[in-house]
Design a protein around this ligand. Structure first.
Ligand code: NAP
Length: 260
């Protein structure tokens, strides 16, 4: 399917690896020019070069911490004026116990996973509205639909973003701009390995065993891939997705046991 977005310009935040990279790859395959962000310059430069070579589009790497005001300013400056597509992403907060988290822990999580995507939306959506077309996809988490107890910092911050998007998406839709959230369940990325590590250590099993046990809890029987996640993201950014507004799309292999 031609996604109808060839020549559009995107910012993909936190995209040198994992799900963000999957989104960047799928957008590049659809012919989108990309400003690609992550903190570590080495992996970022390599990823940008690989994607550009594979799909023949311009991929501009910007090494910056997207959760800081200075980092966001760098990314926005590199993109210049007209940005049509924004994929919001950042690293997730660490796991822990509800009674241990300090005010600072909460503020860090809210800064990274709620206020940062909101700031990017506030910076870019007015221009999209003025031009009459835009797409925003926020990578959040299945934890927004069904809480994951040790990821309470994530549950808290991402639910706040979800509330903001629910109200805002309806306000910007008349101008041709859609905002949706894409909710990953368990995907085989570095982040998942970081979460499997403590489980393996606590239970005295290998990482592979921990991963296999968790994968067995997913109806499809495996972790998701960044490529299939990215393809879903690219569809939400496509010309065909203009009627999908303010939704929370679960990509979790059926793991979240919900009727609706
Ligand atoms: P990942 O494989 O660890 O990749 C994270 C990417 O984000 C890397 O490119 C990393 O590069 C970049 N990054 C992290 N913090 C950043 C920052 N402050 N500024 C700019 N770039 C940053 O993670 P993932 O699995 O793709 O997860 C992406 C998001 O989805 C996370 O928020 C995660 O919590 C959430 N999520 C993931 C899963 C899953 O199964 N994988 C499930 C639910 C939710 P640098 O380190 O070089 O900056």
């Amino acid at each position: 399917m031609d996604l109808g977005i060839r020549g559009k310009r995107a910012i993909v935040c936190a995209g040198s690896k994992g799900l963000g990279r999957g989104c960047a790859e799928a957008l590049a395959e659809a012919g989108v020019e990309i400003v690609l962000n992550a903190r570590g310059a080495e992996a970022l430069t390599r990823t940008a070069a690989e994607i550009s070579a594979r799909y023949g589009v311009t991929v501009t790497p910007v090494a910056a911490d997207i959760t800081t005001e200075a980092g966001r300013a760098e990314v926005l400056a590199a993109a210049g004026g007209a940005v049509d597509i924004l994929v919001n992403n950042a690293g997730g907060p660490p796991p822990g116990l509800w009674s241990d988290w300090s005010r600072e822990d909460f503020l860090r999580a809210i800064e990274g996973n709620m206020l940062t995507p909101i700031a990017m939306i506030q910076a870019l959506v007015p221009g999209m509205m003025a031009r009459g077309w835009g797409r925003v996809v926020n990578i959040t988490s299945a934890a927004v639909r069904a809480p994951i107890a040790p990821l309470g910092l994530s549950n808290t911050a991402r639910t706040g973003l979800t509330g903001f998007v629910a109200g805002t998406a309806r306000q910007v839709a008349p101008a041709g701009v859609t905002i949706n959230n894409l909710l990953p369940g368990m995907h085989g990325t570095d982040r998942m390995a970081a979460l499997d590590g403590p489980v393996a250590a606590a239970e005295g099993i290998t990482m592979e065993e921990a991963a296999a046990r968790r994968a067995a809890t997913i109806p499809v029987g495996r972790y998701g891939t960044a490529a299939e996640f990215g393809a879903t993201c690219a569809f939400l950014c496509s010309a065909h997705a203009g009627f999908i507004v303010g939704q929370n799309i679960l990509a979790d292999g059926g793991a979240t046991n919900l009727t609706l």
